[in-house]
Design a protein around this ligand. Structure first.
Ligand code: GLY
Length: 321
């Protein structure tokens, strides 16, 4: 039986995008990627390949905090983390705190076939060499300047502008500043065979201590089974404390609808004072997003039409076609 493919992607979560210019720029960026990746799914690509391609495109966009445009850590270095989960195999692979590569998601994808599927720091660096990945510097002037500014203040900020800040509030940014909205990125896809995959990639929180581990390469931040897939964004520690991605998927596996699982999990996270957002798809084709923050930068294709969460007021929403 052929299934109508579904796709949802995200570029972070945070406080409101108030400037219309900001919303339009983020929407255009997300929709261009949705269009390209949904076309792949329509032409028969697997959910896994769609998730990888979507993450590559988001990693290459300097608007978002992953790959190019990643934030700098406290020592001025960029360390990135990414994960891929193939729902058909229920298999997570990923890299933690990898440096000098263009697409951390490609390493996560290669690790799907390895016996040791999650590599960090030195192990991830060795693996990048083994794969003969070209050395790539993902730093942008904007990120370097943010770090230099913060160094003047002795790193008083607890995190960089990694989430979708209101353009008028973002330090040093103009209302139309296309780089004012940014964050961890993620993709969840359902392909025409009914398979689900989820991918997530991040530059982390920014200004964090060396060795800090993100949620993005953990089942807390990226998870998929044959029942559902989910990618999270927001403060990694909050996502880990809720074990948010696995929590939603387990609820769906146990019989709860995706809409109810997302709504309940977001309500619990809100009650616990967490700062996070998530995107998800289940095997019935239901698409969902949720947030405890003011905005999650999500866009989707349901097989008929595109939509997004950029100006949504509700804490969660599901689309069932
Ligand atoms: N959610 C990304 C991070 O906190 O590292």
């Amino acid at each position: 039986m052929t299934v109508t493919p579904k796709l949802i992607i995200h570029g972070g979560a945070g406080s409101s995008l108030q400037g219309k210019g900001g919303v339009a720029i983020v929407r255009d960026a997300l929709y261009a990627i949705v269009d390209e990746v949904y076309a792949l799914l329509e032409s028969g690509a697997s959910a896994k390949d769609a998730a990888i391609r979507g993450c590559q495109l988001l990693e290459s966009h300097s608007l978002f905090n992953a790959g190019v445009g990643s934030v700098l850590q406290s020592d001025g270095q960029i360390r990135m983390s990414a994960a891929l989960m193939d729902g058909t195999k229920q298999s997570l692979s990923g890299v933690i705190n990898v440096t000098r590569v263009e697409h951390p998601i490609e390493m996560a994808a290669k690790l799907q076939d390895e016996r040791d599927r999650i590599l960090s720091d030195e192990g991830a660096a060795n693996y990048a060499r083994e794969l003969a990945l070209p050395v790539f510097n993902p730093i942008t002037d904007k990120r370097l300047n943010e770090w230099l500014e913060d160094r003047k203040e002795d790193f008083k900020r607890t995190m960089a502008n990694v989430v979708a800040e209101a353009p008028v509030e973002a330090a040093g940014s103009k209302p139309e500043d296309p780089e004012a909205g940014r964050g961890t990125i993620g993709v969840v896809a359902l392909d025409s065979t009914g398979a689900i995959a989820a991918g997530t990639s991040t530059g982390g929180k920014g200004f964090e201590r060396i060795g800090r581990v993100s949620d993005s390469a953990m089942p807390a931040g990226n998870y998929a089974t044959s029942a559902a897939g989910i990618s999270c964004t927001g403060i990694g520690e909050d996502i880990i404390d809720e074990c948010f991605a696995a929590r939603v998927v387990v609820r769906v596996t146990d019989g709860m609808s995706l809409a109810d699982a997302m709504e309940k999990s977001i309500a619990e996270s809100t009650a616990n004072g967490r700062d996070l957002g998530a995107i998800a798809i289940d095997a019935t084709g239901s698409i969902s997003w949720g947030k405890t923050s003011e905005v999650v930068l999500a866009a989707y294709h349901d097989g008929t039409t595109k939509g997004d969460s950029l100006e949504a007021e509700k804490a969660s929403m599901s689309v069932t076609v």
